[in-house]
Design a protein around this ligand. Structure first.
Ligand code: NAP
Length: 263
């Protein structure tokens, strides 16, 4: 979608993919400066490491502690996070208004944190965050404290392995969003919800994963009669915001939606 957009605007840029490990982030950032690359996106598991290594952070990236977009401003690398914006647009595309709703979000990584803060700012009344006890646990606790101190949303954090708490939170909620990587290719056989009976038909179930388009979670939820949607439009709109940051131009949303996102 980026290369299509560069051609659309007659911009002499190319978008390429580079596979690096977390400990190679400082070297990758040096290469960006050396080659005068205008910018890049960052995906898992490097988002937090990049936030620690860039020269400057946008206000949102600072609060969240994660970066998914870097802009090279004449050698100064500025980290941004556009996932929250993409998530909100995805909800709107599917006619879901979070205001006053109770919500369960699974995950506390880069994308999950952006979503959780955005959901709280957009008026979710109760936010139940579930993550495994590991890498992101402490950050999830701090995030809930920040949300509770600064918004009217009441946030809680629980262990994803605590099935009783998960069931209880889902029973009390309107929206479930999976923002973990469980279910993503090549591990498409994994699922963050251990038991289909937790998904009652009234629950709106979204997954921010877009590969595969129908995760096991979404298949399970559809079979139970829940309204479901995946992360495709979140991908489109977080990308549109990154495109604007690099080029100052708007991404041609409609042709991209028509060519790449239908079906
Ligand atoms: P991340 O920062 O690495 O976070 C991954 C999350 O998944 C963390 O909460 C992690 O827990 C959890 N997790 C990973 N493996 C797990 C396992 N085996 N059991 C339980 N939890 C597990 O990655 P991210 O950038 O937030 O991305 C997460 C997912 O969202 C990916 O599938 C990515 O493709 C998707 N995504 C979609 C969009 C979109 O535009 N639609 C945008 C961004 C991301 P710990 O940190 O505790 O290990």
């Amino acid at each position: 979608m980026y290369n299509f957009s560069f051609q659309y605007h007659n911009l002499d840029y190319a978008y390429m993919a580079f596979d690096i490990k977390e400990d190679q982030v400082p070297a990758a950032l040096d290469a960006m400066r050396l080659f005068k690359m205008r910018g890049c996106n960052v995906t898992m598991p490097c988002k937090n490491k990049v936030a620690q290594c860039v020269d400057e952070l946008s206000p949102a990236a600072k609060i969240i502690g994660a970066v998914n977009t870097i802009v090279n401003e004449d050698g100064k690398l500025v980290g941004h996070i556009t996932d929250g914006i993409g998530f909100v647009r995805n909800l709107k595309e599917h006619g879901v208004d979070v205001k006053g709703k109770k919500m369960v979000v699974l995950g506390a990584g880069g994308a999950a944190t952006a979503i959780e803060i955005q959901a709280a700012l957009d008026g979710v009344s109760t936010l139940h965050i579930f993550n495994r006890k590991g890498r992101s646990w402490e950050r999830a606790l701090k995030l809930a404290d920040t949300i509770n101190a600064n918004t009217s949303c009441k946030a809680t954090v629980s262990d994803l392995a605590d099935e009783a708490s998960l069931r209880q939170a889902l029973e009390a909620s309107t929206i479930l969003t999976n923002a973990t990587s469980l279910g993503m290719a090549p591990h498409a056989d994994t699922c963050p919800i251990p038991d289909a009976s937790m998904l009652r038909p009234e629950l709106i179930v979204s997954d921010i994963i877009y590969n595969p388009k129908q995760t096991r979670l979404l298949q399970m939820a559809s079979a139970n009669g829940c309204a479901t949607f995946n992360g495709l439009y979140m991908l489109l709109f977080q990308g549109a915001e990154a495109f604007r940051l690099w080029t100052g131009k708007e991404m041609p949303i409609e042709p991209i939606r028509e060519h790449y996102f239908k079906g």
